[in-house]
Design a protein around this ligand. Structure first.
Ligand code: ADP
Ligand code: ZN
Length: 528
């Protein structure tokens, strides 16, 4: 590759038009392509749907030799290769899902110089045999897709990615491009360091998706709220509804169907053929709602998805942005709608506390969740906060998110916060921990069987919280959890103090809370 003859000017555009039938490059694509064709390294940060693939596919065709794409998405490789083959691009892949004779055929094609693109799983590349194979091939470039997988603090860490710095040690003349849709400054720096891309030019796309309206609402009866949202704003539209569990995917899809909204389920527990059939119906037909776990969506390219709804809280802002980014790729107005409540916060904190991994890993997951919660509870522009998170601070209010359109009211929640926290303290002194339901019973002065049996009517905080109702208190607990002023411990969602709790108890810190919106009247009770 070091002695590739210079490409004629406009060779890249010619390839783009001839092979893909597109008129022109978008955004940073042209500049990235030029950089690689000239044999230099690049680091590309572009949102999902931004067009990262062409950044390495086009130069792979223009430069002599094969473009080698390192990708962790093994399940998508066959599809990617099929899509390229349909365009007349000679592509192949090497991964663990392959039969030996398929692998041998791909290796032959590579050595014979008959491949434009080769997709490789990172673990394949690290096998000495594969490295010897590449030694004997002519390589146009290396593309490291989903490059944020190298980040130990990211949400998709892959240990194999840490060893990819070997690419330029073993093949120093071959240009490399790392691509990701995760653009926090910290991740970007980590990618550059770990992949030894110090000399790479950085291309950072605008992450704003102005046609998406962001809305996050308090969870009351999620299915009914979803139904009301769809009927009022997206009747007859295509969209995706994300749920955390397979069971809630099934339930929600059946619920929508029962209300006359055509909906299909999608999760990893479904038969492969059912999954494939549902996916292709969603892509082909109009007005279908795909109810799915986050397993659905990677590599899905449907331009007219009008809404993405989350019935459960995403684990990170990165995940939220990626999932909501599947709406409105055609640039038409679209909605990202999320409903979340106290139970989401408790459940996720609990999952982190009881999950695998060491303390550092748990802290990391906790930080990701905190950022997501901060986005949920913010009283300022959601988009501004989202863009600041992705390294574009100071954009100002957008005028196209719920907090801009209907600025939330806040109230001084310091005193209720103190009442709740001091109840936790008092129980803690007795060596006891309880969940939110029991604490609220105490504050409301309810003489439930459990409260009486445990002697909690004796607590000085018993019955001192009647200024709020049950729902108001749940809002307080949720916001304290979100702000890190309360913690979830153990398996049962028991609440405990954090280091920061003391500042509130001692009156050193005021706690501003969002006013919970009026509960919407629903026709037939609770949906979940
Ligand atoms: P990403 O990998 O960044 O999520 P893709 O590479 O899958 O995005 O591209 C998203 C969609 O945009 C694809 O359908 C792709 O064909 C289309 N696309 C990308 N670049 C262009 C372009 N220059 N002109 C027209 N369509 C494009
Ligand atoms: Zn806004």
């Amino acid at each position: 590759a070091a002695n590739t003859p210079p490409a004629p000017p406009n060779a890249a555009r010619e390839v783009l038009q001839r092979v893909w039938g597109y008129d022109d490059f978008r955004g940073d694509q042209a500049a990235v392509v030029d950089e690689l064709i000239a044999g230099r390294d690049a680091l590309v940060l572009m949102p999902t749907g931004g067009g990262k693939s062409l950044c390495y596919q086009v130069p792979s065709l223009v430069r002599e030799g094969t473009g080698v794409v390192i990708s962790p998405l093994i399940a998508l490789m066959a599809d990617q290769v099929d899509a390229l083959s349909a365009l007349g691009v000679r592509a192949g892949f090497l991964n663990s899902t392959q039969l030996p004779n398929e692998r041998a055929a791909t290796e032959q094609a590579l050595l014979a110089g008959e491949l434009d693109l080769l997709y490789l799983a990172p673990e394949r590349l690290l096998v000495p045999e594969t490295q010897r194979l590449l030694d004997n091939a002519r390589i146009a470039l290396f593309a490291i897709d989903e490059a944020h997988c190298v980040s130990q603090w990211g949400h998709d860490f892959r240990p194999d990615y840490l060893r990819l710095s070997m690419l330029h040690e073993r093949w120093p003349g071959v240009p490399r491009v790392a691509l990701t849709a995760t653009a926090t400054d910290a991740t970007r720096r980590e990618i550059a360091t770990r992949l030894e891309l110090e000399n790479a030019r950085h291309f950072v796309a605008d992450f704003d998706r102005p046609n998406i309206t962001y809305r996050i609402v308090a969870k009351d009866s999620p299915q009914q709220q979803l139904l009301a949202f769809l009927q009022a704003e997206h009747a007859g539209d295509s969209g995706i509804v994300y749920c955390l569990s397979r069971a809630s995917v099934e339930k929600t899809a059946a619920f929508l169907e029962s209300k006359g909204i055509p909906a299909l389920p999608y999760h990893a527990g479904l038969d492969r053929q059912v999954r494939a059939a549902n996916q292709s119906r969603f892509l082909r037909e109009d007005g279908l709602v795909m109810v799915a776990t986050i397993a659905f969506g990677m590599g899905i390219d449907k331009p007219d998805v009008r809404f993405v709804a989350h019935l459960d809280l995403p684990k990170s802002v990165e995940g939220y942005y990626q999932e909501t980014g599947r709406a409105g790729r055609d640039g038409q107005p679209s909605t990202a709608w999320l409903t979340y409540g106290l139970a989401d916060v408790v459940q996720q904190r609990k999952m982190i506390a009881t999950g695998d991994g060491d303390a550092a890993h748990q802290r990391n997951l906790g930080r990701h969740l905190d950022a997501m919660l901060a986005l949920c509870e913010t009283v300022t522009c959601r988009r501004e906060q989202l863009l600041a998170y992705f390294g574009q601070p100071g954009t100002g209010p957008c005028g196209n998110c719920d907090t801009c359109l209907e600025p939330p009211k806040t109230w001084d929640g310091t005193i209720p916060a103190q009442k709740l926290l001091s109840t936790v303290v008092r129980l803690d002194r007795r060596g006891q921990r309880y969940g939110s339901g029991h604490l609220i019973d105490i504050l409301l002065g309810r003489e439930t069987e459990r409260v009486v049996k445990l002697g909690h009517t004796d607590l000085t905080t018993f019955g001192i919280g009647t200024e709020l109702d049950e729902r108001g208190w749940r809002g307080v607990v949720r916001q304290l959890l979100s702000a890190g002023l309360l913690d979830v411990e153990g398996d049962y969602g028991m609440l405990g103090l954090t280091e920061a709790s003391g500042t509130v108890l001692r009156g050193e810190r005021q706690v501003a809370m969002r006013t919970e919106p009026e509960r919407r009247k629903t026709r037939s009770g609770s949906g979940g």
